[in-house]
Design a protein around this ligand. Structure first.
Ligand code: ZN
Length: 287
C-alpha cells in the first residue's frame, strides 16, 4: 500500500511525497492554473495524485514530466485532458522504451510476489507528453511563472528542471537524489556534474533555497553543490582512468571508489562511461 503526504514548501508550492520509491511530485499553484510536476507510475496512482491536487485547488491542471522514466510519467493517463509538457527527447524516449520499462517492472513485481500491483502496470495506458520543449520555457500560471529549464545531458538526455524563482524553489527531477545514490543506468556520467553546475548558476536557480530531488527529502543549496561536486569528480576520475588505459567495468569501479557512491552505482556509471565515451559506438542512451 502506497502512502502519500503533502507538504507546503512555500506559499502555494507543495511536494507530494510517496512511499513507493520515495518519489516526489510537485505542485505550483498560481492564480489561474496549477503546474503538476511528474505523475507517478500507474493510472491508479496518477488518478490519486490528480484528486489530491483537486483537494487543494479547482484550477486547471498543467503537467510536466521531468523525464521519461516510468515512475515519473506512467500516471500521465490520469491527466490526459491536461497540457502535458516534456522535452522532445522525453517523448521519443518514452515511445521507444515504455514497453521495455513496463515489462521490467512487471517482471520484478511478479518475482517479488506482488501480482496485483503488477496488474496495475499492465492496465496502465502510456500517454506521451505532447507539449514538447527543447530549451528554457516559461509556464504562465497567472500571478506567477514556473520555468522549465534544460541544462544538458545528465540523468538522461532529456531531463527538465522546474524553477519557481518568486518562491526560491527548484524541482530537480532525478538530477538530484536524496537518501540514495543518483541513478546511473541511462545517464551521461561525463556530463551530469557539469550540467548540474550550469543549472545551479542559472539566474532563475542560483538564489533558490529549497531544492526538491526526484526522490527523498527536500534539500538546501549546499547539498546540491555537494552532489554536483561528487558527480563532477566521478567524471574526472572516469576520464583519467580511461586516458591511462584502464579497461573494463571492474577496472573503472576500482578507480572511482572513495567519492561516496555505492559500488553498484559505480558499476552502472562505468557501463555508461564506456557506452558514451567520445568515439564509442552505440553512444545513444538505453532509455
Ligand atoms: Zn529517473
Amino acid at each position: 500500500m502506497s502512502v502519500a503526504t503533502m507538504h507546503e514548501l512555500a506559499p502555494g508550492i507543495f511536494v507530494r511525497r510517496h512511499s513507493e520509491l520515495d518519489l516526489n511530485c510537485g505542485l505550483v499553484i498560481g492564480s489561474k492554473r496549477v503546474l503538476v510536476i511528474d505523475t507517478r507510475s500507474t493510472a491508479d496512482r496518477g488518478t490519486q495524485l490528480a484528486a489530491a491536487v483537486r483537494e487543494l485547488t479547482p484550477l486547471e491542471q498543467v503537467v510536466v514530466n521531468t523525464h521519461a522514466h516510468y515512475d515519473h510519467c506512467f500516471g500521465n493517463v490520469a491527466f490526459r485532458d491536461s497540457q502535458i509538457y516534456g522535452h522532445v527527447l522525453a517523448a521519443e524516449s518514452l515511445q521507444r522504451t515504455a514497453e521495455h520499462q513496463r515489462s521490467q517492472v512487471v517482471e520484478h513485481l511478479t518475482r517479488t510476489d506482488r501480482p496485483e500491483l503488477a496488474q496495475t502496470y499492465l492496465d496502465t495506458e502510456v500517454v506521451l507528453p505532447f507539449y514538447l520543449v527543447e530549451e528554457d520555457t516559461p509556464i504562465d500560471l497567472g500571478d506567477r511563472t514556473a520555468y522549465l529549464l534544460f541544462g544538458g545531458r545528465a540523468h538522461t538526455d532529456h531531463d527538465l528542471v522546474v524553477a519557481v524563482p518568486d518562491a526560491g524553489v527548484v524541482f530537480w527531477g532525478d538530477l538530484i537524489e536524496q537518501g540514495a545514490d543518483p541513478a546511473m543506468e541511462d545517464s551521461f556520467p561525463f556530463e551530469w556534474g557539469s550540467t548540474v553546475a550550469t543549472l545551479s548558476e542559472h539566474p532563475l536557480v542560483r538564489d533558490a533555497s529549497v531544492h526538491v530531488p526526484g526522490h527523498g527529502e527536500a534539500v538546501d543549496a549546499a547539498f546540491v553543490q555537494q552532489q554536483q561536486q561528487a558527480l563532477s569528480a566521478l567524471a574526472t576520475e572516469l576520464e583519467a582512468a580511461l586516458a591511462t588505459g584502464v579497461q573494463g567495468v571492474d577496472g573503472l569501479i576500482g578507480k572511482t571508489r572513495g567519492l561516496g557512491f555505492q559500488d553498484e552505482t559505480l558499476r552502472e556509471a562505468a557501463v555508461r562511461a564506456l557506452e558514451t565515451r567520445p568515439g564509442a559506438t552505440g553512444s545513444q542512451p538505453a532509455i
